[in-house]
Design a protein around this ligand. Structure first.
Ligand code: ATP
Length: 590
């Protein structure tokens, strides 16, 4: 399929205001896409050059793209730059210059989706001497050979500003509609996606081999699994009741989640983050230790990497562990700030899938293969059958400076990509008035008055993720708690992701001054969750017959910046806020 055609679909997607319509347009698009193009069509619609673990950044600077437009259109960079300042979007400018191009367009040489994708990939990976010129040449060729609409989307994609607002769940639903007539098949597709984390691959296999092909997608080394997530409750009693009277309770370490893939024969180790980004380079010490300490040929295991001061016997705060993110300091930090990995689950061992096995079995094997572990240790745990013992374990964990505990069902499977009651977390903060902080996604912002006017910034509109409907629902407007640094950061990043109207997957009754693509997550604390006649978070007809949503009272930002380890769909869900509201009511009554 020609890229032009996809660009025409993107144009339609942009003007849509409901998620259902979005699914219909995507379904039509996927049906029309040939097998040869579908993998790339999916990646491009996601705005990426591959799955997250491939770690390929779209790499061409604004200035080079302007030069590419110059070559493709015959207009000067100064004219293009002036136009860009006016439109605020280099894609729109590229479209306009393609339209009025002074040069003969190469329209006989149009590229397919796959060809376009491959050139963009080449632009991304080209480096070294002379690479800038090659990048400009390839980009100008792409622009010159496409229609003005195609040029607009090629440039937006390359700039990382393709804001179609399409989420993974939306694509899965559209794939299911396009290639099967079975509505329930979406669940199978989700399962396949949860174990390979590659939407392009899932789409390609479905288009090529149908349902049977999807059955054949199995857990494999160096393809990260989407992580299992924990529900939350606020007392040992509630947890034990949910766990039918007995469970394992583990220390909850506040470091960085890590999924470790090891193939000893090849001497290969890769580490993936909670968002499935490849973080191997951050932890050379853990990689070496994995080859040395794990007693198995091949393994996928999961744990928390955390800086730990062995002399003082204390776990260091998350911020200390996160210093490993700074690339230039890694080797120095590996010396001065050693990290340990506390492993808590095993998903694959010596060629066998362990996700279907019961927790007790997985844990037993984990203990066997980590016997020699020094840097790779086991998460501490205890099997309990009384609320008193669970609470005691929890109090000890807090005394040791940990965040809390995670209770695990003894017979439970590893449930990839979902928040289920087979894992239940109990955190220190749940004992305060409002249980826990909330991670919320920014969906809009307001212009400022008074002292902040120079920043032209007056607060943000935040939303929860409704994972059942795959939409974002507003829960609060926040105007306080910003440090000057965060304010600067927000002003800078939010102005780049403005959308022309409300994004299709945002459900809101309030209107900020500017809507933004739901992308950035911040941590927020509030005094209380209240019922709201306005906000759409958890909007429902409730037991008392009235309709309301939830809002936050006195919300303030507590994170120093954007939570880089979480994407929009990993914000707290509307369902969780509803549960927290119930918890809070209970605490007040008791
Ligand atoms: P939080 O901010 O509370 O860590 P989260 O949304 O990142 O929440 P959850 O799935 O809700 O993630 O909580 C479990 C998290 O706790 C995991 O992501 C993991 O990083 C961390 N963790 C620490 N120790 C354990 C453990 N023993 N078992 C499972 N998860 C653990």
């Amino acid at each position: 399929m020609l890229f032009e055609k996809i660009a025409a679909y993107y144009d339609r997607l942009e003007s849509i205001s409901s998620r259902l319509e979005m699914i219909d347009v995507l379904t039509e698009m996927l049906k029309e896409t040939s097998e040869d193009d579908i993998r790339e069509a999916i990646y491009m619609t996601q705005g990426v050059l591959g799955p997250p673990f491939a770690g390929i950044e779209i790499g061409i600077a604004e200035k080079l793209t302007e030069q590419a437009i110059e070559r493709a259109s015959g207009y000067k960079v100064s004219e293009i730059d002036a136009n860009f300042k006016k439109t605020g979007d280099l894609g729109t400018s590229a479209g306009q210059f393609a339209e009025k191009s002074k040069l003969k367009r190469m329209s006989s040489n149009k590229f397919t989706v796959k060809e376009t994708f491959d050139i963009l990939l080449k632009i991304a990976v080209t480096s070294g001497s002379g690479s800038q010129d090659s990048k400009i040449r390839m980009m100008s060729e792409l622009i010159a050979s496409s229609s003005p609409n195609g040029a607009k989307y090629i440039v937006r994609f390359a700039m990382g500003t393709l804001r179609l607002g399409v989420g993974d769940a939306t694509i899965l639903e559209a794939l299911s509609k396009a290639f099967t007539d079975d509505r329930k098949f979406k669940t199978e597709l989700e399962n396949a996606y949860n174990i390979c984390s590659d939407l392009g691959e899932v789409g390609y296999i479905l288009a090529k081999k149908g349902k049977k092909g999807i059955d054949g997608i199995k857990i494999s080394l160096f393809k990260p699994i989407r992580p299992a997530l924990a529900e939350r409750l606020s007392t040992g009693e509630e947890i034990l009741e949910k766990m039918h009277g007995k469970c394992s309770v583990e220390s909850k370490y506040d470091g960085m989640r890590a999924q470790l893939h090891v193939d000893k024969k090849k001497g290969k180790v890769q580490i993936y983050s909670r968002r499935l980004e490849n973080t191997t380079e951050m932890f050379p010490d853990i990689c070496e230790a994995a080859l040395r300490e794990i007693d198995a040929d091949s393994v996928i295991l999961e744990g928390e990497i955390i800086a730990y001061d062995e002399v003082a016997n204390i776990f260091l705060p998350f911020q200390e562990t996160a210093q490993r993110r700074r690339k230039h300091e890694i080797s120095a930090k590996a010396q001065s700030l050693p990290v340990y990995m506390f492993s808590f689950d095993l998903m694959y061992l010596n060629g066998h899938d362990y996700m279907e096995k019961e927790y007790s079995q997985r844990r037993m094997k984990l203990e066997e293969i980590l016997k020699k572990g020094k840097m790779l240790r086991l998460a501490d745990r205890k099997v309990v059958d009384s609320a008193k013992d669970l609470e005691k374990y929890f109090v000890n964990a807090i005394d040791e400076g940990l965040e809390g505990v995670v209770a695990k069902g003894l017979n439970s499977k590893y449930i990839a990509g979902a928040r289920k009651f087979s894992w239940i977390k109990l955190k220190r903060s749940y004992r305060n008035e409002l249980s826990d902080t909330l991670d919320l996604v920014i969906v809009g912002y307001y212009l400022g008055k008074g002292s902040r006017e120079e920043f032209k910034f007056g607060g943000i509109l935040c939303a929860t993720y409704n994972d059942r409907k795959d939409v974002f629902e507003t829960v609060t407007r926040i105007g306080t708690g910003f440090t000057e640094k965060l304010l600067e950061e927000l002003r800078e990043i939010l102005s780049k992701i403005r959308t022309t109207g409300k994004p299709a997957r945002v459900v809101s009754n309030v209107e900020p001054d500017f809507w933004v693509e739901p992308r950035y997550v911040v941590t927020v604390r509030a005094d209380e969750i209240t019922k709201s006649p306005t906000h759409t978070c958890g909007w429902n007809k409730h037991e008392d017959g009235t309709q309301y949503g939830y809002a936050l009272r006195f919300p303030r930002i507590v994170s120093n910046g954007i939570r880089e380890d979480k994407g929009a769909e990993e914000a707290n869900t509307s369902h969780e806020v509803a549960e927290m509201y119930k918890l809070q009511k209970k605490t007040k009554l008791s």
